[in-house]
Every structure is written in C-alpha cells, then in structure tokens.
Design a protein. Structure first.
Length: 342
C-alpha cells in the first residue's frame, strides 16, 4: 500500500523467524518509485495489511514479532516515520541478538526505548492471549454508525484465537490508544477483514499452515449490527491523574462510584530477541476517587502511580448500566506512552 504525496511508495514487510536468514529480514521497508529501499520498521513478522487510519497516517499489526513480546500495533505518520537506526539496529540484519555494544537487550522495554532514542514505542500493545495472540488484518470503521457505536475505531483480526479485537486511539505525537476484545468464537483464523457498504464486517477465514481455534479450516463470515447498542467501554482516555472511561450506554451511578467495581494494574515487557515475554514490573494501582458525569456516559478514575510506556490494564466487573446489565467485555488495556499534561 502506498502513501500519498511525498511518501508515495510501496510498503513491504519481510518475515522474521527469530534469526536473520536474509538481508533486511524482519524489517518493514519502503520502496520508492525510483527503486530505493528505505528501512522503516524493525522486528516485523509479515503483517496482513497496512490500513489508512486518518489522513496521512497508517497502522499495521505485527504478528508476534522478533524483538517484541505480545502483538504490537506500530503507527506510521507522514514525516515522522520511526527511524530504524540505533545500537544493534544499524544493518540489514540489525536485531537485538547481534551483540552490538550498547545493545539494551534484556532490559524493560521503557528503558530500552530511552537508551535507543530513535525507535518509537508501539501505539498499542495487545496483551498476549488477553486480547490477541497473532494479529492479522486491520480495518477502520468508517460506517458512520451503521456498525454500532464504534465509528472511527479499528478492528483487528486474530489468527490463533479466531477472534476480532477493537482499538481506539488518539492521534498525537506518540499515538496512544486502548484495545478491547470484540468478538470471539469465529469458525476459523481471521485472515482478512473488509467493511461492506452497509457497514457490516466481512471476515475471511483460513488456518492453513498454523492451528487456530474454531470448527472449520476456512470460511467467510459476516458480522451485522443488530441495532441494539451493547454496554461496553467505548474508549479509555488518559488524563494527568488517571483515566476517563467513555461508555456506550449510561451507567448505574451507584455501581460506577463503588471502588470495588474496578481493578487497575500496570506492567511492561522485556526487550530481547527471544520469542515472547512475561509481564514484568507488574504493579496494582489504587483508585483515589471516582466521578461520574451527569449523563452517565463518562467515568473519571483518579489513579495513583501511572507509568509512562507501560500497559495499564483495567477491569470493571462490578459496573452496571442503568438497566442493570454488566459490561459485555469488562476489560480494557491502555498503552500509556505519555502521561498527558491536561
């Protein structure tokens, strides 16, 4: 897929299997109309797609990449594409397993990003098995409400778990965002997603070459909104002293104001070339206070101990809608690349 204007080019991902078997293996590269190859992404497994997510921007999920712990979703912005250069990243086989001086392998990801300076952290981490395991295609919901209350958000296919996740994000210098489970129990691995003219979502399925959940080896399924708005966390928004939950339906004020309705923790991952990483430096966070908006569509959680470049995991099993319904998906995950000033 090409960018527009001065970024018009072909974006190509080059598969990584944990070792450098060919030049630039595991990189996402840009090939210009003049035939020049420019490395852009590092530590890539082959994504199923690049997708425009806003004017002059695009995103791609990386399926369990070398140098990555769970699935990251990096974000490319015209004019500020992530630089591949830095200690241990200087050549066509530049991964963290090359043993260059200054290579920060084995340290927590936030510290590695600070040492390397150049690579930008992913916009969103999809915690392993909690939201996804092998992300594939990605599609922008631009149905203007014909697919429910998530217009402008991203839907991401999942191979191993045969599911679809959902991602909300804010365009900024570090493009922070949150992700949520969306639909589970599809017949096979989700390879391709496409939104129809009526707003419905088509999923192309196949688990050829790798196992997945589901009852079939391949198929085509279509998701159509019933017209009934589910009770969900629509977005999680970062605030200087916590988070704001934006809901799809008004909440029951009593349940929303109970501290026991929520739990919050944060963690990060190890930066190394080995496949996967445990959640490390995990910390439970205390909620100081809760404020619910008059319309019941926003909940402000003031939380002690926010940490930049950590995943913040929020559960709200005790939250209820005004008509007494629990959340369809009570968990959300926010990648806090920067604590906002206001």
């Amino acid at each position: 897929m090409g960018f527009r204007g001065n970024q018009r080019s072909l974006m190509v991902s080059n598969k990584s299997l944990g070792v450098s078997q060919a030049r630039w293996r595991g990189w996402g590269v840009k090939v210009t109309p003049q035939g020049k190859l420019v490395p852009v992404w590092r530590a890539c497994d082959p994504p199923a797609d690049w997708v425009p997510t806003a004017p002059a921007t695009c995103s791609t999920p990386i399926s369990r990449a070398t140098g990555s712990a769970p699935t990251p979703a990096p974000h490319a912005i015209r004019g500020v594409l992530p630089s591949p250069r830095g200690p241990g990243l200087d050549g066509p086989s530049g991964f963290t397993d090359q043993g260059h001086p200054g290579d920060p392998r084995g340290v927590p990801l936030p510290e590695a990003v600070k040492r390397l300076k150049h690579p930008k952290p992913p916009a969103v981490w999809f915690p392993y098995k909690k939201v996804g395991q092998s992300a594939t295609d990605i599609v922008l919901d631009d149905s203007h409400g014909r697919f429910g209350p998530f217009d402008g958000q991203l839907f991401i296919g999942e191979f191993t778990l045969a599911s679809i996740s959902r991602c909300s994000w804010k365009r900024s210098r570090r493009v922070p965002g949150s992700c949520f489970p969306f639909r589970e129990g599809l017949a096979s691995a989700v390879i391709r997603l496409s939104q129809g003219h009526d707003g419905s979502l088509f999923a192309g399925l196949s688990n050829r070459g790798w196992s997945s959940l589901g009852t079939a080896s391949y198929g085509l399924q279509r998701l159509v909104w019933t017209g009934k708005t589910p009770f969900e966390m629509k977005e999680i928004r970062a605030r200087p002293d916590g988070f704001e939950l934006v809901m799809t339906r008004p909440v029951d004020p009593e349940s929303a104001q109970r501290l026991s309705s929520y739990t919050v923790n944060s963690y990060t991952y190890t930066y190394h070339s080995t496949y996967g990483s445990d959640e490390i430096l995990k910390r439970d966070l205390a909620i100081r206070s809760i404020t619910v908006s008059e319309d019941g569509l926003r909940i402000r959680l003031r939380i002690a101990g926010l940490r930049e470049m950590y995943v913040h995991e929020l559960h709200a099993p005790g939250l209820r809608s005004r008509d007494g319904q629990p959340l369809l998906h009570p968990s959300g995950y926010y990648t806090l690349n920067r604590i906002p000033a206001r």
